[in-house]
Design a protein around this ligand. Structure first.
Ligand code: PLP
Length: 294
């Protein structure tokens, strides 16, 4: 990944008055060492993050990402972010993006044991080229997530609805998908309901209705899915959150994995079987997702 910019943040309390926070930011060399060895984000994956898509210097859906950062902080008992301070950090990062697509990553870590806490930083990197996934689509396999759909409510300490830094399981699922000859995975609960992909939300189309698994199933509430549902509703479609049996996935009129940087990737095969997809609608979804969105 080509890193372009990194900014350390000295976080102020969430209820501090709004101000110019530039004196609490420190621009650092993105290729030089920056964290101490006692950092709990690297030692335990104990922290949270957001990845924001940037198109031609415009950071997309910043408020939705900052709201989710605050939601993750609440679930993880981390100090709540000061939204105004983080918005300024994102604006500073976006100014380093230039033309084309980039990714701004926000990281809030529990910090250093017996040391400064929390630690926080923002990075900018070039985005990979996702043209092939957006236009030719992706083959997915369904993978058992290993817990039932009611587990998130029974065991909140599993932090299933938080975007934590502990993505080793998510990355392992993508490797397993590739071993099985696919491009990506869709997690299925042990009682047979589709959840989400390791780094994306799932959307199915049934006639003029678009459905996605309800976020209370211990999945992330995707900012791209939210934005796309808003757009589809304005075009006269119906949208809904549902508990969706895995058997509905290959039977859908079309299905997509959607996320902030890859955007809408149409699913073209499920567990080795080709499924229906809609090139034209996918292209119009990606045109919308690439337009400036707040
Ligand atoms: N679900 C998971 C597990 C993710 O990691 C992501 C994004 O990285 C998403 C869903 C999609 O979220 P967003 O649309 O906000 O990128």
């Amino acid at each position: 990944m080509a890193w372009r910019f990194a900014l350390l943040i000295d976080p102020v309390p969430a209820d501090a008055p709004d101000a110019d926070f530039s004196d609490r930011f420190e621009e650092i060399d993105p290729s030089a060492p920056a964290l101490t060895v006692g950092e709990l984000s690297t030692q335990r994956g104990d922290g949270i993050f957001e990845s924001i898509g940037v198109v031609d210097g415009h950071a997309q859906e910043v408020d939705a990402h900052l709201e989710r950062l605050a939601h993750s902080a609440r679930l993880c008992d981390l100090p709540l972010p000061h939204i105004g301070q983080w918005r300024q950090a994102v604006a500073r990062a976006a100014a380093h993006c230039g033309p084309g697509e980039a990714v701004i990553k926000l990281i809030l870590s529990r910090g250093v044991e017996h040391g400064p806490t929390p630690t926080a930083w923002v990075t900018v990197a070039e985005a990979a080229d996702f043209t092939a996934a957006r236009t030719h689509g992706i083959r997915i396999v369904t993978l058992d997530r290993g817990y039932a759909i009611d587990v998130p409510a029974r065991a909140p300490w599993l932090l299933l609805g938080a975007k934590t830094l502990s993505y080793a399981v998510n990355m392992a699922a993508i490797r397993e998908a590739k071993r099985r000859g696919a491009d990506d995975a869709v997690f299925v609960s042990s009682d047979g309901f589709v959840l989400e992909a390791p780094t994306a939300s799932l959307i199915l189309r049934r006639g003029d209705t678009f459905v996605t698994p309800a976020p209370n199933a211990g999945i992330l509430h995707g900012t791209t899915q939210l934005s796309l549902f808003d757009h589809l509703e304005k075009q006269g479609f119906t949208t809904a959150y549902e508990t969706i049996p895995a058997a509905d996935l290959p039977r859908a009129d079309a299905a997509w994995l959607v996320s902030s940087v890859r955007l809408a990737a149409p699913i073209v095969a499920v567990d080795g079987q080709p499924v229906a997809h809609d090139r034209e609608l996918t292209a119009s979804m990606n045109d919308y997702l690439l337009s400036p969105r707040d």
